[in-house]
Design a protein around this ligand. Structure first.
Ligand code: FAD
Ligand code: EPU
Length: 306
C-alpha cells in the first residue's frame, strides 16, 4: 500500500490508510506507515493480530524518516470519547469516579472540561499536548501533578486479551506507568475530587506559568527525564549546548531540554543532537522520547512476571 492508494476498510470495519506520520507528531518528523483507526475492541483485536505500534498524540515521538514497516494503531470513535458521568456505585460525596474515558481522548480538552465541572486532581497536567492513553502510559505530568493522581481503573489491551488494573497493581513513578511498551491503554476511569471552577482554574494557571520559558516551535517536549530530580535542561544548558544545530533541528535557546524543528528537520538531525547531548553532559540521563523504530516492538510480559 502506498500513500496514493485509497482508504480501505478492514474485516471488522477499521479505517486503514497509508499516511505520513510527520502529520501526526508535534515534532513534524516521520515517514509513512499504514495507520489503523480503530473504534471498537473487535477492531483493536484485528489490528493487533500483526506487528503494530500504538500512536497517541504524537507529542513524545521521534519517528524515522524512512517510516515504519509495522502498522500504526490510532484510537478513534468511542475509544476517543469521554463519559464523564459519575459512576453511581463507585462515587462518594468526596470522590467522583467517572465513566470510561477513551485512550484516544485529547488531554487538553479533557482538562478544560474537568475545570468547567470544578473537578480537581488532574489540573497539574495542563499544557501537555497528549492523548489520555499516551499520557497515562508514561505518567505524564509536571511538578504540580501527574496522570496517576487522577486514575481509578485502567483497561489495558494486549494481543493476549483485555484486563483491568488499578494504579496499585502497577509500579508507577516519575514519567513511568510500569505498563510495558505496546500494551494499549484503551480506556480509563478517572478519580476526581469535587472542588470549584475557580480553584481548579487557579491551579491550572499556576502550573501553566512554569511553561513560560518553554519554546513555542515544533518539538516532542523534553528530550531527557530529569536525573534524580535535577533539571536535565539545566545540565544541558551548563554543558553549553543551547542553540546547537544539526541540519534543521536545534537545541532550543529558551530551554535546553527541548529540541525544536526549525522547518524541514529530519530524524537524523534530532538523533545527532541527542548524541551530542549524551556525549557532552557528564551525568547519565534517561531518554524521555520514544524513538521509532529503534525502541523494541513488543514487551508482552507484565512487569511482575519478568
Ligand atoms: P505519543 O507521543 O503518541 O506516544 C508516546 C508513547 O506512548 C509511545 O510509546 C506510544 O506507543 C505510547 N502510547 C501512546 N498512546 C498509547 C496508548 N493508548 N496506550 C499505550 N501506549 C500509548 N510531558 C510531560 O510529562 N510533562 C510535560 O509538561 C510535557 N510538556 C510537553 C510540552 C510540549 C510542547 C510537548 C510537545 C510535549 C510535552 N510533553 C510533556 C511530552 C508528551 O506530551 C508526553 O510524553 C505525553 O505523555 C505523550 O503522549 P502522546 O499521547 O502524545 O503519546
Ligand atoms: N534551567 C536552566 N536552563 C535551561 C532549562 C532550565 O538553567 O535550559 C533551569 C531553570 O532556570 C530552573 C530549573 O532549571 O531553575 C528547572 O527548569 P524548569 O522549571 O523548566 O523545569 P524542568 O525540570 O526543566 C520540568 C519537566 C517539564 C515540565 C516542567 C514544568 C522534565 C524532564 N521536564 O522541566 O516537562 O513542563 O518541569 O513543570 O521532567 C516534559 O516532560 O516533556 C516536560 C516538558
Amino acid at each position: 500500500m502506498t500513500a496514493s492508494e485509497p482508504v480501505t476498510v478492514s474485516q471488522t470495519g477499521a479505517r486503514v490508510e497509508r499516511l505520513p506520520l510527520a502529520r501526526y507528531t508535534t515534532l513534524g518528523v516521520g515517514g509513512e506507515a499504514e495507520v489503523w483507526f480503530v473504534s471498537t475492541h473487535e477492531q483493536l483485536a484485528e489490528a493487533m493480530s500483526q506487528p503494530y505500534r500504538i500512536l497517541g498524540g504524537g507529542s513524545n515521538l521521534v519517528i524515522a524518516d524512512e517510516g515504519l514497516r509495522e502498522r500504526v494503531i490510532r484510537l478513534a470513535g468511542p475509544l476517543a470519547e469521554a463519559d464523564l458521568e459519575p459512576d453511581a456505585e463507585l462515587s462518594t460525596p468526596d470522590q467522583i469516579i467517572t465513566g470510561w474515558v477513551g485512550g484516544g481522548v485529547p488531554l487538553p480538552g479533557l482538562i478544560r472540561k474537568l475545570q468547567k465541572l470544578g473537578w480537581s486532581n488532574l489540573e497539574g497536567t495542563v499544557g501537555i499536548p497528549a492523548q489520555v492513553g499516551g499520557a497515562v502510559w508514561m505518567n505524564a505530568g509536571t511538578r504540580y501533578g501527574e496522570m496517576f493522581d487522577g486514575l481509578h481503573t485502567l483497561e489495558i489491551v494486549t494481543p493476549e486479551g483485555t484486563r483491568q488494573v488499578t494504579p496499585d497493581d502497577l509500579k508507577w513513578g516519575y514519567r513511568d506507568s510500569g505498563i510495558p511498551r505496546n500494551h494499549i491503554v484503551s480506556r480509563v476511569r478517572l478519580k476526581l475530587r469535587p472542588s470549584t471552577q475557580d480553584a481548579v482554574l487557579d491551579a491550572m494557571n499556576f502550573a501553566d506559568n512554569a511553561r513560560k520559558g518553554q519554546p513555542k516551535m515544533k518539538t516532542p517536549g523534553c528530550a531527557f527525564k530529569n536525573p534524580g530530580g535535577v533539571s536535565a535542561g539545566k545540565l544541558i544548558d551548563e554543558a553549553g549546548l543551547k542553540g546547537l544545530r544539526a541540519g534543521n533541528a536545534m537545541i532550543a535557546p529558551e530551554h535546553a531540554n527541548f529540541i525544536v524543528n526549525l522547518g524541514g528537520a529530519t530524524s537524523a538531525d534530532v538523533h545527532a543532537l541527542l548524541d551530542a547531548i549524551r556525549s557532552r553532559v557528564p551525568v547519565p540521563m534517561e531518554l524521555e522520547y520514544e524513538l521509532w523504530p529503534e525502541h523494541q516492538l513488543l514487551e508482552n510480559r507484565w512487569p511482575e512476571q519478568a
